[in-house]
Ligand binder design. Structure first.
Ligand code: ASP
Ligand code: MG
Length: 403
């Protein structure tokens, strides 16, 4: 017997027919003798629909009541799925966040799951029952309902896998796994069979939106094996686990991109200790996420240029903050908001020399200019003009043997 968490995303439970189909997937598991906790998202589009209802009342809708409202999306799918299962003569039952309870910490709409009671549900699983649990929510110490951030059902699934000590957490979604790059853009993209948590994190935070990054992070911390697979096909998905379990034949596992970046350069900043701190402190206070930072070597020992990237939506605010910053002296600020980030990710990079050169050479061959570079042990990112995205992904995918 394997004890499993099966998490079904919004499109997987997007219609009555699909919920019936999900019930069949669970039925198969039960017939194989497995023990199942199902975690469900709201039906596709439901959470946004509820959010819009609240906006019709007020753009400043009460936070406590917003969580009460948004949590209902998952309540609906929990009941429908438990009902569909009982129709198949499977012993199934839904539990709401406060019935379990799922305890959270932190503020409304952005809480974190810290614990949950397991006894009742474990007893039910022992009677071959399927427990259906709504994702994305919990209750606070004071009994208020909380939600844990958009896309939070993944986090619920991983938290349940951890706290109930299940053998695996399977994420059922509308794609059949993690791909070597975006299959919608590059048709030769390949499904990755096995990937490490670190690589998955780099890929998801870099724009391959298959699973919520923070959920992958939790799974990594507690070593919970994950599998991403499609609700709509029978194909094997992508397994995500520790690096030691993977035999790397290739230096690069995937090519990721994000295209809502922008680049700011501050020219002629004084080159002395504390400048960077003074520059970035107010940005940090304004919760602007700075991604890459490059400081040029100063030729005259007096001034230097600092380039950094932020999300495009933050660019005006960022420049405004820089201009108001009395602690820094500079000649000029320039910006480019038509840039994109392309990255190669691979745990195999650590043991393969020449990956950096190979990437730069590939881009040079395509006459693609590199505007900024950043590296980590398993990732190499470059900032390029937005118009070169497709070309560069294609080229890198081919050069690193991923086609
Ligand atoms: N229904 C929530 C959302 O749309 C949570 C989730 O689907 O993961 O953000
Ligand atoms: Mg989701």
């Amino acid at each position: 017997m394997i004890k499993k968490v099966l998490k079904f995303g919004g499109t997987s439970v997007g219609s009555i027919e699909r919920i019936r189909h999900v019930a069949k997937i669970i039925e198969k598991e039960i017939k194989q003798g497995n023990s199942v906790i199902a975690v469900v998202s709201a039906m596709a589009g439901k959470t946004n629909e509820l959010l819009n209802l609240s906006k019709n009342i007020s753009t400043d809708f009460n936070k406590r009541e917003l969580d009460v409202l948004l949590s209902t999306g998952e309540q609906i799918t929990s009941a429908l799925l438990a009902g569909a299962l009982t129709n198949l003569n499977i012993n199934a039952k839904s539990w709401l966040n406060w019935q379990i309870p799922i305890l959270t910490e932190g503020e409304h709409s952005n809480a974190r799951i810290i614990n949950m009671h397991v006894e009742q549900i474990n007893n039910f699983l022992k009677q071959k029952g399927v427990a259906v649990i709504p994702g994305f929510q919990g209750i606070m110490r004071n009994g208020d309902i909380s939600t844990i951030g958009r896309g939070g059902s993944d986090a619920t699934a991983v938290a349940i896998a951890k706290i109930f000590q299940t053998d695996i957490c399977e994420i059922y979604t509308d794609v059949d796994g993690v791909y070597s790059t975006d299959p919608n853009k590059i048709p030769v993209a390949k499904k990755i069979e096995k990937i490490s948590y670190d690589e998955m994190l780099e890929l998801s935070s870099l724009g391959a939106k298959v699973m919520q990054s923070s959920a992958v992070q939790t799974a990594m911390m507690y070593n919970i094996p994950l599998e991403v697979k499609s609700t709509f096909t029978n194909r094997d998905g992508t397994q995500i686990f520790e690096q030691e379990n993977i035999d790397y034949k290739k230096s690069v596992t995937g090519v990721a991109y994000s295209k809502d970046d922008s680049k700011i350069t501050i020219i002629g900043v004084e080159d002395k200790p504390g400048v960077a701190a003074n520059l970035f402190e107010p940005l940090n206070n304004a919760q602007i996420n700075v991604d890459m930072v490059i400081q040029n070597i100063s030729s005259d020992q007096k001034t230097t240029d600092i380039t950094f990237t932020v999300k495009r939506e933050d660019i005006l605010k960022t420049i405004d903050i820089l201009k108001k910053n009395k602690k820094i002296d500079y000649k000029k600020i320039t910006k480019n908001d038509k840039v994109a980030k392309v990255s190669i990710v691979g745990a195999g990079m650590v043991s393969t020399p020449g990956v950096t050169y190979k990437m730069f050479k590939a881009l040079a061959d395509e006459k693609i200019n590199i505007l900024a570079i950043s590296t980590s042990e398993i990732k190499l990112s470059v900032i390029i003009d937005e118009k070169n995205i497709l070309n560069s992904i294609k080229k890198l995918h081919t050069v690193f043997d991923l086609d």
